[in-house]
Design a protein around this ligand. Sequence first.
Ligand code: FES
Ligand code: FES
Length: 161
Amino acid sequence: MNRSVSLMLNGRETALEVRTDETLLDVLRRQGLRSVRETCGIGMCGACTVLIDGRPISACLYLAPLVDGAEVLTIEGMARREELHPIQRAFVERMGFQCSYCTPGMILTAKALLAENPEPSPDEIREYLSGNLCRCGSYLKIIESVQLAADLLRAGGAMPA
Ligand code: FES
Ligand code: FES
């Protein structure tokens, strides 16, 4: 059975026709949003994380019809034209990735964390990102990246001297 949903997808009003039994992951990938990645498919790894109304959600577990009326953000919606979001810049600056497979989910989860807590401690970052796994083991660099992102956002987005 199909259903029409309308949502704000990466800042754009979007109308979609979805099956009632398909996941948001499948629908977003069909829209060409390939940053939303399936790895475990059972809510364990965080590779498919998107923000729904600002909250990190595993898209592999979320039924697509439930996004009706919601705001959905994927990593494709973070940069403004050619300008990376400060959290993206922080990950580049601190090399918070190796293969980058986990990176979209990490960055989106970090965005939700920093909206809730603009100055998290390393332990608070670890705790908040604990649902996002990095098979390359880049955790130390990821934590440094989130700390720099917090500094950047508190400074209004500018790179500190
Ligand atoms: S693919 Fe969704 S949590 Fe792993
Ligand atoms: S950078 Fe490779 S999985 Fe995290």
